[in-house]
Structure formats: structure tokens, C-alpha cells
Design a protein around this ligand. Structure first.
Ligand code: ARG
Length: 461
């Protein structure tokens, strides 16, 4: 039997493989709510403009509500022969209200319908991710406030560089997530135009009111070019790009948590809730949640790459290739949402080892820059020369296998005779971080102020 919706000129139905490769219902059933929301706005507009009667529109709207109820309660039977969510919904509507159902698709095509559904879905996804990211920022800022004065090693090249505070480190992620939210927000602003009414590709001869449907669906305006409306998926690409960047941020933090939780670093303990044991090695506590956040980043970036590749060779306008825009996107959004939730839990439960962090902060001559800065300030030495002198002092300490503060004054004076007792005031890690008061620097009072600023801002959202 040929397809009820489009099989007029066909004599036979599709080959079994054709049905399998063609069907999207296995994944686009997720668009059911958006599809019905769009159809209701469309039929209300068809009635308002006199394209269908008020009675028909009322019957269609009531039928659509019933279909949605069946889908949400799980009693709906999806059919692969009906290809996709659009035809599954319409077919069920016809079963419920009869031939009147056929009027719904006036002045519309599945091309503008699916473009609309996707925009609505992506918009909902962006809004949900934004709330989750805000909650993660709150968790990080609260931790940052608690540990505003906790010194830890700051790294470059994963080598001890300069002491920083843990609060400062956590607030770095709050900043990154703030930009991630900004990117999602920007994408949302650009996607918020309604493609409904572009029809198959050229627009329609019916006297539709595209402003009415755009407004009813919460869009800022209708899209201005019918070809563009059905042909592009840049809104999904933008959100996938923003999601990928965000996932990269979470992945880097996850990697740090993995390192911090090792016996070798010992910087922090992950709670039992976010660790697992080993079936063979009884001593193990594995940071699986952090590893999975790191790992899932691969599929999120993969979804972005996948869709870029699907789109890159398509002539205008719609091609069936574009049906491949969905699974990767759905999976990426779901994965990112899981990652944010897991990260929020891990941040809330993270127990830093303050003593160990402090000890590690001083290791590796991390206050060498403070010594060089002291030489510049107190002896008016040019920085390059101070750098050189400090290098010689570090070399001496390292030969003797002691920390900078453990060298005697006489030993330092052996390198630079003008050094005085005062130098010991800058060699400790606490002094070091306290001195970094430049705007954006790691001094505890800066960190406290930044944490408060964020907490207040996030509270008001
Ligand atoms: N399932 C299709 C998709 O997701 C809907 C649009 C079909 N359009 C068409 N001209 N066959 O892309």
C-alpha cells in the first residue's frame, strides 16, 4: 500500500529497507510537544484568516490536545510506516476527528513544520541548560567563598608556578560558565524567528498571517526568506558549538578533579556519591563521574562535527540529509545536561585537603616570582636582572634540596649582597597570595569580593 499522506502518484509502498532508512519516528517522537504546539498555533491562524472554519479549527485543536495527552500518557502507538512525528500525529488526528484533520496541513509543509519544531525544541533546551548552568555557578561561587583564603599551587605546564587560592581557581570556572551562558543566550536571540508559513520552500498563496503564528509561539518575528527558513540549521549548529565549548570547560575541570583525587596529588576527596570502587582492588576509589564528564565531551563535539558535515554540501533548500540533524543534537543536549548535573553534585560534595594544598603550594619554588618582585621593589633592580638573580638563588636552594625560605640570609647574600632580612616577609605562600591584589588577582580579599559579586548576581536571576 502506498503512503496515505503522500502516496497519490505511487503504485506500491516502500521497500522494507526504504522504510527503515527513511523513518525518523524512532528519534523525532521527542518533538511531539513542539509539533502539536506549532500545529495548534497554525490552525488558530487558519481560522482567524478564514482559511478554515472556526468549527473545523476547534475540532482540530481539541483533537491535537487529545493526541498530545495520549503521547504523554504513553498510550500512543508510534508507527514506522508513518515515517515521522508529523505524520504520526496527523494520522492519529484523522482517526480521532475524521477527514477534517486533513485541513490542518493547509498552507504548510513538513519542511517548515520540522524547521519550526526544531527551533522550538532547541529554544526549550537552551532555557533548561541555562538554569542548570546557573545552579552550577552558584555551587562554585559558594565553594569559592568558603575557600577564598585557601592556598594551593597554581600551575602552568602542569608545573608549580605561583601559589593561588582555591577560591580563585573555582571562580575561574564561574567566569567560563558565564560566557557559556552568554553564547547560548546569543544563539537563542538569533534563533527566535518563526519559519512557519515558509511552506515547502516558496511561501504560499493562501492569505496566512505569519506574524500571528510567530507571536503565538513566542518568537520575535517571522523569518524573512522562505528558502532560508526551510534550508538552514545554523541555530542547531550554534547551540552545538556553545554546548561543545561548555563541555570542554567541564571536561577540563573534570580532568583536574581526577588529578586532585589521586593519592599523588591528594588535593581533594570526592564523596562516595560520585566515586566507585573496584571489583578487584579493594583500596580503590575511582572518580568515575568526573571521568564520564570528560568522556562525554567527545560525543558532544562529535555531534557538532556530524551536523557540520551533514550540512556542508547541501544545495538550497531542504534535502532529506537534514533529517540527520536530530539524533546527535538530542544526544548532545542530554549529555551536556547530565554532565552539568554531575559536576554540580561533585562541586557541592568536594572536600579539599587544606593542609595538603598549602604544603603543595610552597613546593617547587613557587614563590620565586615573589623574590624577584621583592628585588625589583626593594633594590630597584630591573626585572630581567632580578629574574636572573632569583634563578641563581633557586639553583642554590635546589642543590641544597631546601625551600627558598629555608636558605640562610648569608647564603642569599652570597648571590646578591644587598638582600636584607626583610626578604623573608615575601617568601611564604600566604604572603604571596595576599600580595596579589591587582584587579582579577588571587588575593583572598579579591576572591571574597568576586565570590560575593557572583553570588549576589546569581541570586537575582
Ligand atoms: N522527518 C523529516 C525531517 O526530519 C521531516 C521533513 C520531511 N520533509 C520532506 N520533504 N520529506 O527532516
Amino acid at each position: 500500500m502506498s503512503n496515505k499522506m503522500w502516496g497519490g502518484r505511487f503504485e506500491t509502498g516502500p521497500d522494507a529497507i526504504m522504510e527503515e532508512i527513511n523513518a525518523s519516528i524512532g528519534f523525532d517522537y521527542r518533538l511531539a510537544r513542539q509539533d502539536i504546539q506549532g500545529s495548534k498555533a497554525h490552525v488558530a491562524m487558519l481560522a482567524k484568516t478564514g482559511i478554515v472554519t472556526e468549527e473545523d479549527a476547534a475540532a482540530i485543536a481539541a483533537g491535537l490536545d487529545q493526541v498530545l495527552g495520549e503521547i504523554e500518557s504513553g498510550s500512543f502507538t508510534f508507527s514506522r510506516a508513518l515515517e515521522d512525528i508529523h505524520m504520526n500525529v496527523e494520522s492519529r488526528l484523522a482517526a480521532l476527528i475524521g477527514p477534517t484533520a486533513g485541513r490542518l496541513h493547509t498552507a504548510r509543509s513538513r519542511n517548515d513544520q520540522v524547521a519550526l519544531d526544531m527551533r522550538l525544541w532547541v529554544r526549550d533546551a537552551v532555557d533548561a541548560l541555562d538554569v542548570q548552568l546557573r545552579d552550577l555557578q552558584r555551587a562554585l561561587a559558594a565553594k569559592a567563598k568558603t575557600f577564598a583564603g585557601t592556598v594551593m599551587p597554581g600551575f602552568t605546564h602542569l608545573q608549580s608556578a605561583q601559589p593561588v587560592t582555591l577560591g580563585h581557581h573555582l571562580l575561574a570556572y564561574v567566569e567560563m560558565l558565564g560566557r557559556d551562558r552568554g553564547r547560548l543566550h546569543d544563539a537563542r536571540v538569533r534563533l527566535n524567528e518563526c519559519p512557519l508559513g515558509a511552506a515547502a520552500l516558496a511561501g504560499t498563496s493562501f492569505p496566512i498571517d505569519r506574524h500571528m503564528t510567530a507571536e503565538a509561539l513566542g518568537f520575535d518575528r517571522p523569518t524573512a526568506n522562505s528558502l532560508d527558513s526551510v534550508a538552514d540549521r545554523d541555530f542547531s549548529l550554534e547551540v552545538l558549538s556553545a554546548a561543545s565549548i561548555c563541555a570542554v570547560h567541564l571536561s577540563r575541570f573534570a580532568e583536574e578533579i581526577v588529578l586532585w583525587a589521586t593519592v599523588q596529588f591528594g588535593f581533594a576527596k570526592l564523596s562516595d556519591k560520585f566515586s566507585t570502587g573496584s571489583s578487584i582492588m579493594p583500596q580503590k576509589r575511582n572518580p568515575d563521574a568526573a571521568e564520564l564528564v570528560r568522556g562525554k565531551t567527545g560525543r558532544i563535539i562529535g555531534a557538532l562535527n556530524g551536523l557540520l558535515i551533514v550540512m556542508k554540501g547541501l544545495p538550497l533548500t531542504y534535502s532529506k540529509d537534514m533529517q540527520e540533524d536530530k539524533e546527535g543534537l538530542f544526544d548532545a543536549v542530554h549529555s551536556l545536561s547530565l554532565c552539568i548535573a554531575a559536576m554540580t553534585g561533585m562541586v557541592n560534595d568536594l572536600q579539599p585537603d587544606v593542609e595538603r594544598l598549602k604544603k603543595a603550594a610552597g613546593a617547587g619554588y613557587a614563590t620565586a616570582t615573589d623574590l624577584a618582585d621583592w628585588l625589583v621593589r626593594s633594590l630597584k633592580m630591573p626585572f630581567r636582572e632580578a629574574h636572573h638573580v632569583t634563578g641563581a638563588i633557586v639553583k642554590l636552594a635546589s642543590t641544597k634540596n631546601v625551600g627558598l625560605e629555608e636558605l640562610g640570609l648569608a647564603e642569599m647574600q652570597g648571590v646578591e649582597p644587598r638582600i636584607t632580612q626583610e626578604v623573608f616577609g615575601v617568601l611564604g605562600v600566604d604572603k604571596s597570595v595576599q600580595s596579589r591584589v591587582s584587579y582579577g588577582g588571587t588575593a583572598p580579599r579579591n576572591v571574597m569580593a568576586q565570590a560575593d559579586r557572583w553570588l549576589e548576581r546569581l541570586q537575582q536571576e
